[in-house]
Write a protein that binds this ligand. Structure first.
Ligand code: NAD
Length: 261
């Protein structure tokens, strides 16, 4: 297993894409710290299932990543548990759908804090140890919305474009250090994040559930298929390989052709 002896922190890994990434990294021998919200019993069930299935150590932090002090505590906990964070996956994110002139102010602040500022905080705190060890992988889950926009998603689009820019900036700063920094930009992946925005999109655009699925979500995706969490996790895993050492500062699309249009 090529990640034996390495440790990973995957934010937003109690669900969806992050959970698939955590499973994939543990499956290749990495110790993993999970993070995210959810039912305590269910999270513990996931934690012990991943730990038992892969014979690695799996820890959990319930840090709220909109709070920089909680991010700092989580980073210390991960370093204490595993020695260092070799692989940082910034994946936690949320969405809210509304026209920009009606966007609740607190939702703007929340989306920017979680989808963009948290990536800055984890990155700045993880980098010194990665540089000292001469190896590191930072993988940010951006989005097709890091490259193109959709209506009614102003802060999400702004934050994801920001993540793509932050990825490039940090990649240049770390280029000679053995650390690579990349983002993966999925199109629509079938996860709770997508499912939960269907009612708001129905309301904002006056559409039925089927119309939102086919005419709004998959209309942008030429393959007419949702991306799967396992496909995204497989790309993240590849970025951890030595063969991926020359990939840095990249924004890797996995969007069924969406941004090729
Ligand atoms: P999801 O809702 O299934 O998972 C989101 C995770 O983030 C959960 O573990 C949740 O508990 C956690 N989280 C939410 N708020 C948090 C907070 N304040 N602090 C810590 N953790 C928090 O969503 P997903 O679809 O798996 O999304 C994961 C990432 O992928 C996000 O960054 C999202 O923007 C991005 N993305 C998703 C899609 C898609 O179609 N699903 C497409 C492109 C990009």
């Amino acid at each position: 297993m090529f990640l034996n002896g390495k440790s990973a922190l995957v934010t937003g890994s109690t669900s969806g894409i992050g959970l698939a990434m955590a499973r994939a990294l543990a499956g290749e021998g990495a110790n993993v710290m999970l993070n995210g919200f959810g039912d305590a019993g269910e999270i513990e069930r996931l934690r012990s299932e991943i730990e038992g299935g892969s014979n690695v150590r799996v820890a959990y932090s319930g840090a709220d990543l909109t709070k920089p002090d909680q991010i700092a505590s989580m980073m210390s906990e991960a370093a204490d548990a595993f020695g260092a964070v070799d692989i940082l996956v910034n994946n936690a994110g949320m969405q809210h759908v509304a026209p920009v002139d009606q966007f609740p102010l607190e939702k703007w602040d929340l989306l920017i804090a979680l989808n963009l500022s948290a990536v800055f905080h984890t990155t700045r705190l993880a980098l010194p140890a990665m540089k000292a060890r001469g190896w590191g992988r930072i993988i940010n889950t951006a989005s097709a919305h890091s490259l193109v926009a959709s209506p009614n998603k102003a802060p999400y689009v702004a934050a994801k474009h920001g993540v793509a820019g932050l990825t490039k900036a940090v990649a240049l700063e770390t280029a000679t250090s053995g650390v690579t920094v990349n983002c993966i930009s999925p199109g629509y992946v079938w996860t709770p994040l997508v499912e939960n925005q269907i009612p708001d999109t129905m309301k904002a655009r006056g559409l039925t559930r089927e119309q939102v699925m086919n005419d709004v979500l998959l209309s942008a995706q030429p393959t007419k298929k949702f991306v799967t969490v396992d496909q995204v996790a497989a790309l993240a895993l590849f970025l951890c390989r030595d063969e991926a050492a020359a990939i840095t500062g990249a924004n890797l699309s996995m969007d069924g052709g969406w941004t090729a249009q």
